[in-house]
Design a protein around this ligand. Structure first.
Ligand code: BDR
Ligand code: CA
Length: 316
């Protein structure tokens, strides 16, 4: 079974990712970061979701701000003020570990060399710090899964997305780290929405599934208000697809760079999809750089949704 550490900023879709991972993969730890809300709130949300499902997975709190300490993009529009609005979740009985998220990440990778997948579903600050502290980390990891950025339209900026805009320097470090990276951009993740019939199935399920349905109802309403979209997104949960349902995602190796210059492109993920052949004979500076990520080019919506729903419905 795939061993996973999930580092994120729960968040409705992070919460779904945590529950699906705990049901279908070996979820070894959850680490938290600022993003959809301040880190104190995302940590509480992680603990509350685990409490809801009766899971004892260790949680460690991480970065409260970006590497440069810039103010994060305004949060709350999609997830509400708590980062996980819509339902009163159980008050967590557990506290986060005393260790920092970065320490737990490094220790988990050291203990499970070449086996651990790290899924990054919020700003990549903790992972960037871990890479600076432990340069052997890329060799220890089986893979890194990243939800964030876009090869098309963005969300918080026209061409850039929250998880990268929140800490572009961290994303630059992580995308360049040399570990095998599975990358899911917003332009692909936004194509998979849970529709009314999917939410009705969750409402007819156990306590956990019913709570998720209520959370996703809130998220769906926000997406309707913001984009006119009809359905609840599950971006972060889809970042686990290669280990849950590999046939549901079509991969394309691409070169991805993070734009750091101030201005409208700061935090943009620049993806080379020109389709230039290796023997094109163009001047070197016009040739694509070597691929550093396996990009999710397309997702089979029905297969992906079925996999997610089955995992959520397996809870009592
Ligand atoms: C990403 O931004 C966050 O709001 C979500 O949790 C997800 O990680 C989608 O662009
Ligand atoms: Ca997230």
């Amino acid at each position: 079974m795939t061993k996973l550490l999930l580092d994120g900023d729960p968040g409705h879709d992070d919460a779904v990712a945590i529950l699906v991972a705990a049901q279908r993969l070996e979820l070894l730890a959850v680490t938290t970061v600022f993003g959809n809300a301040p880190v104190e709130a995302t940590t509480r949300n992680a603990l509350a979701i685990l409490e809801l499902a009766g899971l004892e997975v260790p949680v460690a709190a991480g970065a409260a701000r970006s590497l440069l300490g810039e103010p994060p993009p305004a949060a709350g529009a999609a997830h509400g003020g708590s980062g996980l609005d819509g339902v009163a979740l159980p008050e967590p009985r557990r506290a986060p570990l005393g260790a920092h998220a970065v320490e737990l990440l490094i220790e988990t990778a050291r203990a499970h060399r070449e086996e651990l997948v790290v899924a990054l579903t919020g700003p990549q600050t903790n992972m960037a710090l871990a890479l600076r502290l432990e340069p052997r980390l890329p060799r220890w990891l089986r893979a890194v899964a990243i939800m964030g950025g876009s090869a098309g339209p963005g969300n918080v900026r026209p061409m850039a997305c929250r998880n990268v805009v929140a800490d572009p320097e961290a994303a630059y470090i992580v995308f360049g780290c040399g570990a095998p990276i599975f990358w899911l951009g917003f332009e692909t993740s936004r194509t998979v929405l849970l529709r009314e019939g999917d939410l009705a199935r969750l409402r007819a399920g156990g306590r956990v599934a019913r709570t998720v349905a209520a959370l996703l109802d809130f998220y769906r309403q926000r997406y309707r208000r913001i984009y006119g979209a009809e359905g609840a997104p599950i971006h972060d949960a889809l970042a686990l697809l290669p280990w849950l349902r590999p046939d549901a995602v079509r991969l394309e190796p691409v070169a991805l760079e993070v734009a750091l210059a101030p201005g409208p492109t700061r935090g943009m993920t620049v993806v080379d999809r020109r389709g230039i052949r290796p023997d094109a004979g163009l001047p070197a500076e016009q040739m694509p750089k070597p691929a550093n990520v396996q990009m999710a080019a397309a997702i089979d919506r029905d297969a992906a949704v079925e996999t997610i729903l089955e995992a959520l419905l397996a809870y009592p």
